[in-house]
Design a protein around this ligand. Structure first.
Ligand code: FES
Length: 124
């Protein structure tokens, strides 16, 4: 995909976010705040009986990059195990978004990743 298609994909996720909801029953719940703008995001994960992500959702507000990133991340983590979730790194989020992220927007791009990481820390 070229950068234009990635941009369209980001706008599509922003306008029609996937899995934007809270989970009443969850195994992992974490939160993150973008210190630059104050936007907050919560990330929820529920595992199935095989220990794979059955549901992943998020709630929160923010710019297109943060909201699209969260929406994409809920899709990306489906079927992952706890160990696989722990191996996710910021680079995975940047590849998922697929556009150049300036240093000033890094906190936006990584907001959902940080919320998930916060939940994983408390899951232990
Ligand atoms: Fe607030 Fe991007 S401007 S998350």
């Amino acid at each position: 995909m070229d950068e234009e298609l990635y941009k369209e994909n980001i706008l599509d996720h922003y306008r029609n976010p996937h899995n934007k909801d809270a989970l009443d029953v969850y195994d992992v719940r974490g939160g993150g705040v973008n210190q630059t703008c104050g936007d907050e995001l919560e990330f929820f994960v529920k595992f199935d009986e095989e220990g794979k992500v059955a549901q992943a959702t998020f709630l929160g507000s923010g710019c297109a990059i943060s909201q699209a990133g969260a929406s994409m991340l809920t899709d990306k983590v489906k079927g992952m195990t706890l160990s696989e979730l722990k191996l996710l790194a910021p680079g995975d989020i940047y590849s998922m978004l697929g556009i150049h992220i300036s240093p000033g927007r890094a906190n936006c791009a990584l907001l959902s990743y940080r919320a998930l990481s916060d939940g994983l820390k408390h899951h232990e």
